[in-house]
Design a protein. Structure first.
Length: 95
């Protein structure tokens, strides 16, 4: 009887530790995604942005879009080209 309670307590404690570590690891990832989806690009509004916007993603991926002022915005960074070139180099070096 005592052995079963000890095993259950050990199992509960290990699960709590693993859940805590998982939350500690996932919080920065959630923060990064939250900042990327906020219009202001900051965490001032909190972890869950009120106004979700994909403008930051469009900008970094090189997709043209119209901002709030009605201006056409295009990114000066050819990220997709860089990703494609990295993929080509890695595939050519692997095979």
């Amino acid at each position: 009887m005592y052995n079963n309670k000890k095993k259950s307590l050990d199992k509960l404690l290990s699960h709590l530790i693993l859940i805590t570590i998982g939350l500690i690891v996932l919080l920065p990832v959630f923060s990064i995604i939250s900042v990327s989806l906020s219009k202001s690009g900051s965490l001032k509004a909190g972890l869950i942005p009120e106004n979700v916007s994909f403008d930051n993603w469009k900008y970094i991926l090189g997709i043209d879009y119209v901002n709030a002022l009605g201006e056409q915005v295009s990114s000066p960074y050819p990220i997709m080209k860089w990703i494609f070139n990295s993929l080509k180099v890695s595939l050519l070096s692997a095979f």
